[in-house]
Design a protein. Structure first.
Length: 151
């Protein structure tokens, strides 16, 4: 019989996270905190990351989303995204078993250029009154939602 911890670990390791690289200790601390609670299989960083900011395990630097493996790509955006309109709310979203979650930078919404030629599902995270959301918070909300739905 499979232990519950082993089953949860296998579910948790079936997702990757992709984020636009930032810089500074605050950025690294925020992402380290989130990723220490929900451990993705890999973390992809789009853009140049400060070499001091390697708090993640299995980090892969890429130039665009076109450098991602051929897995379902899910873009997580605030509900009132300026450039790419979400087609589904997170409350309606069914998380794929294997997936790459793509998050924007802390103050800019993702554009078609960030996604490149990739097909992606665009999912909205509701916000009360703001049209932006820090990427690490969007990641925490997404991964909490994933964990709670997978039991």
């Amino acid at each position: 019989m499979v232990e519950l911890d082993e089953l949860l670990l296998s579910v948790d390791l079936m997702f990757d996270v992709c984020v636009i690289a930032g810089s500074g200790d605050k950025w690294a601390d925020q992402w380290s905190y989130v990723l220490s609670h929900w451990k993705p299989r890999r973390v992809y960083l789009i853009g140049d990351a400060d070499r001091r900011l390697k708090p993640f395990r299995n980090v892969i630097e890429i130039e665009s989303a076109n450098g991602l493996p051929d897995l379902p790509l899910v873009v997580m955006q605030p509900e009132s995204s300026r450039y790419i309109k979400p087609t589904l709310m997170i409350s309606e979203f069914i998380h794929p078993n294997e997936v790459i979650y793509l998050f924007g930078s802390d103050h800019l919404h993702l554009t078609e250029d960030h996604i490149g030629g990739r097909e992606a599902q665009i999912v909205a995270i509701p916000t009360d009154s703001h049209d932006e959301m820090y990427s690490w918070i969007a990641c925490a909300v997404t991964l909490f939602d994933r964990a709670s739905r997978h039991g």
